[in-house]
Structures are given as structure tokens and as C-alpha cells.
Design a protein around this ligand. Structure first.
Ligand SMILES: [Zn+2]
Length: 331
């Protein structure tokens, strides 16, 4: 009985959250980025010799930022270049490639897409059209193809049609589920797969020469981790593994450069809190509405996007619990 009323409540809350997003977008004037026009003004920072990052904004996606809320980058060897992620739109992917070409005349050998989330993956077709192979984790491909068009519609509502024009959600040219090493010419780069942490399929990219790790969304710094496809206990284990890797600097999917492992503590603390909070609430017979009522603890309130992401997280975690309950009932 409880499961049914629960489901109704969840549906109502999801609709409420979605409607709020829609209203917010309508209030923003239909996708006009202002005088800058539909360009991102991408400018890479060389964080270590031959290692470049395009830093994204710690903001929600808006018509002003064109959904550029993500960190991407590239690594330049003596012979070729490896790109990391492709950004949220076709326009971003095109600008990224053009900007790389201004830094180096070496060819881009491959784009490694850390996972299927739109802000990392929706620029992918640009690379494919330029005959640059794209690689994802094998667990990421089906999710990209399943969720891609729905997410595209949602993006259009939030940032406007001009930014998302002619995005093609397409399969990567390669998938992998093992450790792979690429030699860019006197420079070895190691790609390592992780399963069912942040998403079913994440890849991290390590430059041996400068001990730089691109961790994708397995690392969020200063921004609330998003968990719609996450398994939190597994993700926490993976954060431990990433902390133990031999990097001197780490580029998170969102947030500033990490040079001290302690910078990863707040995200792990937040994820552990969420997991404990929902488990405890369910054990005490509390409803989703009871749990949404108090704001998140003081120590998380400075994280970017905490308001929206905290609600989304509780909705998702309660839905997971409900699904498990239904499964056990049916069995
Ligand atoms: Zn993500």
C-alpha cells in the first residue's frame, strides 16, 4: 500500500521540479547569449607542459553559458593529440577542435569521452565528422543512445534552440572496458575504466609524463555531485581508488584543479551523507516529503547547485528504495 502512494508522490514531485525548470527557462529570454553571440570563447589553460584544460562554469546551464558547465581538455605528444571529452554541443565541439588547432599543428588522434552525460558527450559527432575516432566505456554507449534525444529536448528548454542546433547524438566509434595505453609520441597516456560508480561506464585518463589525471565526473569539486545514474557505495570505493593513483594534479569533471587529495573529501562526505540519510529515513518509515523538508546540512550549502541537485538526489534515492521494495514484494 505504501509503495503506491509513494509512487504518486514521487511523480508529483518530478513534475513540479520539471515545471519549475521550464518556468525558469522561459524567464530567461529564449536563449539569447547577449553580445558575444553563439560562441563559447574557449581559451585553454596549460596546467602542465603539453596538458591543456578548458574550464567550465560552476553554474546551472543557461542561455548565457550555452551549457558550458564542464571541464574538457587535451594532451599534446610529439606526434599526436588526445582530446578529453567533447563538450555539451556541436558548437562547443567545433570550437574545441578549432582552438586545439591554434595551439598545435599535430593531429588529434582520438577523443576519449569520459561518460555519456550530455555536457561531456554531445560534441562527439563533430570529431567523428573530422575523422577523429571517439571512444567511450562500453557501459556508456547504450545510455547515450537511450537518453540522448530526451536530454536534448530538456537542454533546448534550458539554453535555447540556437545553442543546441544540429547536435547529433551518435554512437562512439569505439568502446572499451579495459585499461588502454596510447602513445602520443614520447608521451604515454593510460585510459582506465570504472563501472557503476558515477555512471555505468566512466573512463579516466592519466598522462604519465606530468602525472596529470583527468577524472571526469568521478570527481566533482565545489559543485554538488549529480547522481541520476550513480551507485553511491561503488562510487565511494572508486574515489578511494582514484585517491590512491599516483597523480600530482587532477582535473575534475566540474570544478577547479586538484593538487591536494583533501579537495576530494567534501564530495565523498556529501555522497556518504546522502546514502546514510536516505537509508536511515526509510528504516524509520519516513516519507520522501518528510525527508525533503529539512534543508541540506550547513556544511554542503556552499556547493554550487546544491538546491536543485539535493532534491534530485533524494528523489532518485527514494525511487531506488521503492523499486527494491517492489522487487522483493513481487518475488
Ligand atoms: Zn556526469
Amino acid at each position: 500500500m505504501r509503495a503506491f502512494s509513494f509512487l504518486g508522490l514521487v511523480t508529483a514531485l518530478v513534475l513540479t521540479v520539471f515545471a519549475a525548470g521550464e518556468l525558469r527557462a522561459q524567464g530567461m529570454g529564449g536563449g539569447d547569449p547577449g553580445r558575444r553571440g553563439y560562441t563559447y570563447g574557449l581559451s585553454p589553460e596549460e596546467i602542465a607542459p603539453g596538458v591543456y584544460v578548458f574550464w567550465g562554469a560552476q553554474e546551472p546551464m543557461t542561455p548565457e553559458n550555452g551549457a558550458n558547465i564542464v571541464n574538457t581538455g587535451f594532451i599534446v605528444g610529439d606526434e599526436s593529440v588526445l582530446a578529453i571529452d567533447t563538450g555539451p554541443t556541436r558548437l562547443y565541439g567545433e570550437e574545441m577542435l578549432a582552438t586545439i588547432a591554434k595551439v598545435t599543428d599535430k593531429p588529434v588522434r582520438m577523443a576519449v569521452v569520459t561518460h555519456h552525460h550530455f555536457d561531456h558527450a554531445f560534441g562527439m559527432s563533430v570529431f567523428k565528422k573530422a575523422n577523429i575516432p571517439t571512444m567511450m566505456h562500453f557501459g556508456a554507449r547504450p545510455l547515450l543512445l537511450r537518453d540522448g534525444s530526451g536530454v536534448l529536448q530538456f537542454m533546448e528548454i534550458l539554453v535555447g534552440a540556437n545553442w543546441v542546433s544540429r547536435i547529433e547524438v551518435d554512437r562512439p566509434t569505439r568502446v572499451t572496458n579495459r585499461v588502454e595505453t596510447f602513445d602520443l609520441g614520447n608521451r604515454k597516456v593510460v585510459v582506465t575504466p570504472f563501472e557503476n560508480g558515477h555512471t555505468p561506464g566512466d573512463l579516466v585518463i592519466y598522462d604519465e609524463k606530468t602525472k596529470t589525471l583527468f577524472a571526469g565526473d568521478l570527481a566533482f569539486v565545489g559543485r554538488t555531485p549529480t547522481i541520476p545514474h550513480a551507485d553511491i557505495p561503488t562510487w565511494l570505493d572508486q574515489i578511494d581508488i582514484i585517491e590512491a593513483m599516483p597523480w600530482d594534479r587532477l582535473v575534475p569533471g566540474h570544478g577547479p584543479l586538484v593538487t591536494d587529495r583533501a579537495q576530494l573529501t567534501p564530495m565523498a562526505d556529501y555522497l556518504r551523507y546522502l546514502d546514510d540519510y536516505v537509508k536511515r529515513a526509510v528504516a524509520n518509515g519516513e516519507t520522501l516529503a518528510d525527508s525533503l523538508d529539512p534543508p541540506p546540512p550547513e556544511r554542503f550549502r556552499d556547493l554550487a547547485e546544491i538546491g536543485v541537485e539535493y532534491q534530485r538526489a533524494l528523489l532518485k534515492l527514494f525511487r531506488d528504495v521503492e523499486r527494491q521494495e517492489l522487487d522483493t514484494t513481487v518475488r
